[in-house]
Every structure is written in C-alpha cells, then in structure tokens.
Design a protein around this ligand. Structure first.
Ligand SMILES: Cc1cc2nc3c(=O)[nH]c(=O)nc-3n(C[C@H](O)[C@H](O)[C@H](O)COP(=O)(O)OP(=O)(O)OC[C@H]3O[C@@H](n4cnc5c(N)ncnc54)[C@H](O)[C@@H]3O)c2cc1C
Length: 428
C-alpha cells in the first residue's frame, strides 16, 4: 500500500494555521522573515526585552523544515570538529563547539520554561559505522574530542553494538550521551505560542516579496501589504528566495525525506533501538533514524532536489528499502507516512550569522538546525539589541559564495553533487 504523503508529526499536534490572520502592523522595530525555529526563537527573545516585532511567514507558522525534521537535537556541527579546527584554529573551534553544547541547553531550558510538551529528552545519539576503516577514524576522533574539547564519547565495537541497535550491518558505533530528541512539530508549535505569549505578533500568509531600504528604515512589501521596520532578520533557511538575493546565492537548498512506519509492538521497538538513541550513519549519503511513539522514523537524502510530490513519492520506496537493509525485521511493516523538507547548506558547510546594511541573517544549518537555529535565533536577537553581531562566534569567519560565482540560487549542480557523494562513499 502506498503511504500517505503527509508530515507524520503534524498528526501529533494542532499546528498553527491560517484560519485567523492577524492584521499586519504598519510599523515595527524588528521584522523577521520566516516562522521556524530561528525566527520564533529570535521573536521570543526580542519580545521578552520589549522590542516591537512581527514575524512574517510566507506559509503558516512552522511550515518549513522546523516541523518536518528528524527531531534530533545534536552536539557538534555538520563539519567535523577536526576540520573546523584545521580551518579556523583551536580557539574558534572551541568556541563553536561550546556553542553547540549551549544550543542543546537552550532547547532544554526553553522547553522547561515555556512548558512545551514535545517529548524532549537527552536520549543521546549513536553514530553507526558503515565501513571498518570508518571505525579506525572514529577511534582517533574519540581521543581528539576528549583532549581538545573535554568531551567524552564512547566507542562500541561490532560485537558490543547490540546493546544500542538491533542491526547487524554496522561495524561498530559511537555514543554521545549529550544529544537529545524531541517531536519537531510539537516543539515549533510550542515555540510559536511562547513567542506570541511574550508579545510578538506572528503573521501567516505574509510572504515578503520585496525588501527595500528607505532612509533609516526598511519597507517590506508583503502579499498582505507593507510593513515598515527599523531592522530585519532573515530566517528563511532552505527556503531563502530572491527577496534576499545575496543570501540566496550563498545557500544551497537540498531535499531530505522521511518515512514513518505503523506503530510497532513494544518488544520489537525496544529491540531495534534499546536506549531510544537518535541514530545516523557514517556515509556522506547518510540515513538517520529514531523511534517516536513506537514508530520507526527513517530519513535520508533519497533525492537531492527539494520536496515535490514526485521526489517524495520516489523517496518512499528508496527509504523503505534502506530501512530494511538496516532492519530486515521491518520487511513486512507498513509505511504509513512519507514527506520531505529542504535543508540549507552553505558552500563551506558552516552555519553563518551576520549583518549587512541593517539586514541580519542566520542560516546554513546543514541538518543541525533543531538546536542551532533555536540558539542562534536567541543569540542573534541578543546581538541585535546590543549592536555587537560582529562579536558573535558564528560571525567570526567569512561566508563564501559559490566558486567562480557559478550559482544564482537554482542548484543546477545537485545531481552532480549527489553523484560525487556516492563516489566518495564508495571510495572512502
Ligand atoms: C527532512 C529534514 C530532516 C531534518 N532533520 C534534522 C534533525 O534531525 N536535527 C537537526 O538538528 N536538524 C534537522 N533538520 C534541519 C532543521 O529542521 C533546520 O535546520 C531548521 O528547522 C531550520 O529552521 P529555520 O527556522 O531556520 O527554517 P525553517 O523552519 O525552514 O523556516 C523558514 C521559513 O521561512 C519562510 N520563508 C521563506 N521565504 C520567505 C519570505 N520571502 N517571506 C516570508 N517567509 C518566508 C518559509 O515559508 C519557512 O517556513 C532537518 C531538516 C529536514 C528538511
């Protein structure tokens, strides 16, 4: 039976909708483009400090990656810390890693303070090893992380991994106890309520079509009329469009897809992931999976282009096959839902924050945005108030565009990049 093309998480919570549209304010101090974790976390922080702010969202609040993701609240950055240190030096690497730990604390604190019912828990994450030589590299990583970052990781050899995963295909695994997990749609709905409760106004169906500087203010032409703002925060992640052309040219939108199985019997669920870890593997073309309410939530980059009913439809079968490769026990299990969403990658795979001419931005989460977007939304908002964004750790390195400028926002090279990742997976 073909699964329903619907975001499973949306069936677990009443998402903010567009049945009652809040009228747009004429003037605000800060206008935020995008109503996901970045925009809402910033809105909550600014509103708590008494700043008059409006979140302008093209679709409905939480519509983007923030209600579609795997719900993994992860330590570290997309780029391994060894590469980060090589590129930016020890001091910057340490600051950035510290931010990643603080980002999880921030999620934990917001969930607690705002009483958000989203199942947040420090489940820990498990990195599973696809090839024997990846295991040797991980041994060095464990020592490196302990020595340089005072961060403890545990390695499990192949004959020990059954304590963490009911699969035989891996060559060992690595556990990081610090990471967490949550239900992303419940979390973003709760964050929206918290921002609104603090005094921010949230506006669905308010796509910003033009952004112009007029003297000392900005005019944002939305599909529901103009809004005038002193400053602007762009929080559009993988959905960044040509309203902010300079940012669009620096962000590559990449599709990621997820299936959710029917509810599994308790015993089977417990056997698949005994300690409820958030799991991802060691390939470039990686799979990520976890349990929620006894369903296997299994994701991957089954297609590189962003979500359309065609890419989603194709992904369902690819992901089912990949899930069965990991867990042959699930071969007769029904896949009930399939959906997709868009990730945002910068050309250097780093997250970037900054400001140009009064327009602030925070994007490039590369699949690490649940914790990081929450944290950067908050800390960029704080920097906007203090006027010291240049001192933000994620503003301390440059934000590169495409090599030779060969990109105008349409990712024509994705099929080649996809093929390249497959070649790397084969070679490495
Ligand atoms: C399938 C999938 C799985 C993922 N899994 C994980 C995971 O397990 N762990 C993790 O850490 N990260 C994960 N991520 C990444 C994470 O979801 C994102 O990094 C994070 O949600 C980004 O939040 P955001 O608020 O910046 O952007 P989004 O939530 O994408 O919101 C951006 C919003 O901007 C709006 N917008 C765009 N243009 C305009 C405009 N002109 N005017 C007004 N609004 C506009 C869009 O409608 C959209 O709602 C995953 C992403 C996907 C797609």
């Amino acid at each position: 039976m073909t699964p329903t093309q619907q975001i499973y998480w949306h069936t677990t919570v009443k998402m903010p909708d567009d049945s009652k549209l809040t009228p747009l304010p004429e003037k605000v101090e800060v206008a935020i483009l995008g109503g996901g974790y970045t925009g809402l976390s910033a809105a909550r922080t600014l509103a708590k400090r008494g700043v008059k702010i409006a979140v302008l969202e093209a679709n409905t609040i939480g519509w983007g990656a923030s209600s579609r993701n795997g719900g993994m609240v992860l330590t570290g950055l997309k780029l391994g810390m060894r590469s980060v240190m090589k590129k930016y030096g020890r001091e910057t690497a340490r600051r950035l890693f510290q931010c990643s730990l603080q980002s999880i604390d921030t999620v934990e604190q917001i969930v607690k303070e705002e009483n958000i019912d989203c199942g947040f828990r420090r489940y820990g994450h498990l990195l599973t090893v696809n090839k024997p030589r990846h295991f040797d590299a991980l041994k060095e990583d464990v020592e490196f992380m302990e020595k340089e970052f005072n961060h403890t990781l545990h390695l499990l050899a192949r004959d020990e991994q059954h304590t963490e995963i009911g699969s035989d295909i891996y060559h060992g695994a690595l556990v990081d106890e610090c990471s967490g997990g949550l239900n992303p749609a419940q979390y973003v709905s709760g964050l929206a309520a918290a921002a609104e409760g603090a005094g921010a106004t949230l506006h669905a169906r308010a796509r910003v079509n033009r952004l112009e500087r007029k003297e000392d203010r900005f005019v944002l032409e939305t599909e529901r009329g103009p809004v005038s703002a002193e400053s602007v925060l762009v929080a559009t992640s993988g959905y960044t469009g040509n309203v902010t052309k300079n940012l669009q040219k620096k962000v590559i939108p990449i599709g990621s897809f997820i299936i959710a199985t029917e509810k599994l019997p308790d015993e089977l669920a417990k056997q698949l992931i005994p300690n409820g870890r958030m799991i991802f593997d060691s390939m470039h073309y990686l799979n990520y999976f976890r349990l929620w309410d006894n369903r296997m939530i299994f994701g991957g980059r089954a297609a590189f282009f962003p979500e359309t009913s065609k890419t989603i439809g194709r992904s369902a079968e690819i992901l089912r096959q990949e899930m069965i490769d990991v867990y042959p026990q699930l071969k007769d299990v029904k896949i009930e839902y399939v959906w997709g969403g868009t990730l945002d990658f910068a050309f250097d795979m780093m997250t970037h924050v900054g400001e140009t001419d009064g327009i602030y931005y925070s994007l490039g989460y590369a699949g690490h945005g649940v914790a990081m977007a929450t944290y950067l939304g908050k800390t960029v908002a704080e920097a906007m108030i203090k006027g010291n964004i240049k001192e933000h750790p994620f503003a301390s390195f440059s934000f590169p565009g495409a090599p030779l400028g060969l990109y105008n926002g349409f990712p024509w090279f994705l099929p080649f990049a996809g093929a390249w990742h497959k070649i790397l997976d084969w070679l490495e």
